[in-house]
Write a protein that binds this ligand. Structure first.
Ligand code: ATP
Ligand code: MG
Length: 397
């Protein structure tokens, strides 16, 4: 693409809920800018805050392909609702018109004569045209040049013209960002991550609410293969795109599972092991100064997730257990897993450690007293500390 009339490419970011923040807004914006800088650490960029919009300026002469790469990357950073690849042009009405013609010339919307609208905004009142005058000027030229019908109510193509202090920004409809809040603005959590479909989506959902998430995986080794560890690693890496600096810990859990099985209570083994996972995760959270645990539980999905069994899990630890998928349908979770790029990893075959304890006739309403009896025999509190001691850390970058 040669777009000589278009000036310099840049990327504009529209912020989501941050704009609803009152006096804290500056803190959220600072956090978001830091997260964006980290996500773009391999690029030379200059961030500018402009009236609720963050502009990413690139060195002079940067190609549109690099700007595209940056727009795609930054669309993964939570806290942003819309990402526009935009053009900075001189503050001259004739230049703006020329650039607008160029901007849409090769778009599919022009080829199919799509209904369009121009939306101008004049932030610098010294600019000679008011916003509605600019709409008319640019819209008229586009309609004439390409024979496009104007539709202000329900356009298929919108050309945005924003007159700023030093330049005019020109862009069309953007791509969606993740929305939500910047990671780090809501504290830390430890996500219990299996190799399944649900737990990565749960971790993602909490990241999008501003939680910095560390990942904890329980592997059945030495009684299972290491496949589930590779999966957990691949999942954590994929999820790292949304927050950066992620950490994954893997707990060798096979021997502890064997002890649970030796207690002879087959029907309770699954819930007992879930509680041991939660106790271990709580110990990890304490060491890492995280304030909550995160799981992929969804009410009623499997026998370990009946109302009674979820209640029985809550008393395993004093830490709050966040379950962002509790009210979701499996189809909704799968759709989100596909969108965030974890589904294809979760669908790889593995030997999940849970299958070691799956009972033919699992308890649907475990009693706390029965679980506590198993835990006394196991010395579960001490075992959780030992398990946390034995975990292995993986770096993701
Ligand atoms: P998922 O798809 O996340 O594995 P699931 O529908 O298979 O979930 P369960 O197997 O009952 O449900 O697990 C419930 C939750 O317990 C998981 O979402 C996860 O948070 C946690 N969990 C289960 N197995 C493991 C594991 N091996 N390592 C870490 N966390 C686990
Ligand atoms: Mg599972």
């Amino acid at each position: 693409m040669t777009m000589t009339a278009l000036g310099e490419p840049c990327v504009l970011l529209k912020l989501g809920e941050i704009v609803l923040k009152g006096r804290n807004r500056e803190v959220f914006e600072q956090r978001l800018r830091a997260n964006i800088k980290f996500a773009l650490k391999d690029h030379e960029v200059d961030l500018r805050q402009r009236h609720g919009v963050i502009a990413i300026f690139l060195p002079a002469g940067t190609g549109v392909d690099v700007a595209e790469t940056i727009a795609t990357r930054v669309a993964e950073v939570p806290g942003i609702v819309l990402v526009h690849l935009a053009w900075r042009v001189a503050k001259e009405p004739s230049v703006v018109v020329k650039a607008a013609l160029e901007l849409v010339r090769e778009t599919p919307e022009v080829a199919r004569r799509a209904r369009f609208a121009v939306r101008s905004r004049r932030r610098d009142k010294r600019f000679p045209l008011r916003s509605n005058e600019l709409d008319h000027l640019v819209g008229g030229e586009l309609a004439d040049a390409y024979g496009l019908p104007v539709d202000l109510k329900n356009p298929e193509l919108t050309v945005f013209v924003e007159v700023d202090r030093d330049e005019v920004f020109l862009f069309t409809d953007g791509r969606p960002g993740q929305g939500g809040l910047p990671v780090g603005s809501s504290g830390r959590g430890v996500a219990l991550m299996s190799g399944g479909i649900d737990s990565p989506v749960a971790a993602y959902r909490m990241m999008r609410r501003g939680v910095r998430v560390d990942f904890l995986h329980f592997s059945g080794i030495p009684f299972t293969t290491t496949e589930s560890i590779y999966k957990a690693y691949a999942l954590a890496r994929r999820l790292d795109a949304f927050q950066g600096r992620s950490r994954l810990w893997v707990v060798p859990f096979g021997k502890a599972q064997q002890s649970i099985r030796a207690s002879g209570q087959d029907r309770l083994a699954m819930i007992a092991q879930r509680r041991l996972m939660l106790k271990t995760a709580a110990e990890v959270a304490r060491r890492q100064k995280a304030s909550a645990l995160i799981t992929g539980d969804s009410l009623g999905q499997v026998s370990s997730q009946t109302m009674a069994n979820i209640v029985a899990q809550n008393s395993a630890t004093d830490l709050p257990i966040l379950r962002p998928l509790i009210g979701l349908d499996k189809r909704e979770v799968i759709a989100e897993a596909r969108r965030i790029g974890t589904l294809q990893i979760s669908e790889l075959p593995d030997e999940d450690c849970c299958t070691l304890l799956a009972a033919r006739n699992p308890e649907l309403a475990a009693k706390i007293e029965d679980l506590k009896a198993i835990e006394r025999r196991l010395d579960a509190e001490e075992l959780a500390v030992q398990l946390a001691d034995s975990m292995q850390a993986y770096k993701l970058d």
